[in-house]
Design a protein around this ligand. Structure first.
Ligand code: DU
Ligand code: SF4
Length: 232
């Protein structure tokens, strides 16, 4: 099993009826600006090298972003904000993320999400998060040899990824570390192997970036610290 094969299996998943309906509904109605797009309308796999040292965990694809383009953090403002910051840090080959064939390459970084299908109002239910968890667990299992840092964008990603990191072989501190922008917690390995550092960062959604709650400098600071810690 490799990440490519995993992505192919994932893209056939139909386990959440509400999300299957929503991702397909978005493809039928479309957004005016994307009227000539053939939407992906399926689960969106992680994006980035299979030997990534740093993993960025978002929330879920956007109905007219990842759900349209078929690539995580691609085709919406969230993706552009994230990729611009990575480009500033020398970790992305381009400053924008628009479509699958835009030539974007990530260096040492991979994007994923705890929920792989676009949810109504960008709000998956706890049941949907739990149903999707095995996909994230598989991905982390495959990244385990190389991954050293995880950046959770938002509280949802933080809470979703913690138990998965526990299952993948790291110790989850008690009490459970709380999410916050700039939160940082080191997870020791359960047996042998390197530790993993988890970082919290406000989500790159427009709600945060338009209001100035998350500035480009704040984003760069967390991503830069995580990249340095990961040795990239
Ligand atoms: O409004 P927007 O920039 O299209 O982002 C919608 C919503 O989805 C926002 O909370 C970011 C999130 N998101 C994500 O977590 N992963 C993606 O690949 C794309 C968007
Ligand atoms: Fe499958 Fe995850 Fe999509 Fe649910 S959210 S249908 S579990 S890929």
């Amino acid at each position: 099993q490799d990440l490519r094969t995993l992505g192919r299996s994932l893209s056939r998943c139909r386990a959440c009826p509400r999300l299957v309906e929503w991702r397909e509904e978005a493809a039928r109605t479309k957004r005016k600006a994307y009227a000539d797009w053939d939407y992906w309308a399926r689960p969106v796999p992680g994006f980035g090298p299979p030997d990534a040292r740093m993993l960025v965990v978002g929330l879920a694809p956007a109905a007219h972003g990842g759900n349209r383009t078929g690539r995580m953090f691609t085709g919406d403002r969230s993706g552009d904000v994230l990729v611009a910051a990575l480009h500033d840090l020398g970790l992305a080959s381009r400053a924008t993320s628009t479509h699958k064939d835009d030539g974007l390459e990530l260096r040492g970084v991979r994007f994923t999400a705890p929920v792989h299908c676009a949810p109504p109002d960008n709000k998956p239910t706890p049941a949907e998060r739990d149903t999707c968890r095995p996909w994230l667990a598989h991905e982390l299992e495959l990244l385990r040899p190389t991954v050293r840092t995880v950046v959770a964008l938002g509280a949802f990603g933080w809470q979703a990824v913690l138990p998965v990191l526990g299952a993948a072989g790291w110790q989850i501190p008690r009490p459970r570390p709380a999410f916050g922008h700039g939160a940082r917690t080191v997870l020791a390995p359960k047996e042998q192997g390197p530790s993993l550092t988890l970082y919290g960062c406000y989500h790159v959604s427009q709600q945060n970036t338009f209001t100035g709650r998350l500035t480009p400098a704040m984003l760069r600071e967390v991503l830069g610290a995580a990249a340095e810690e990961a040795g990239i």
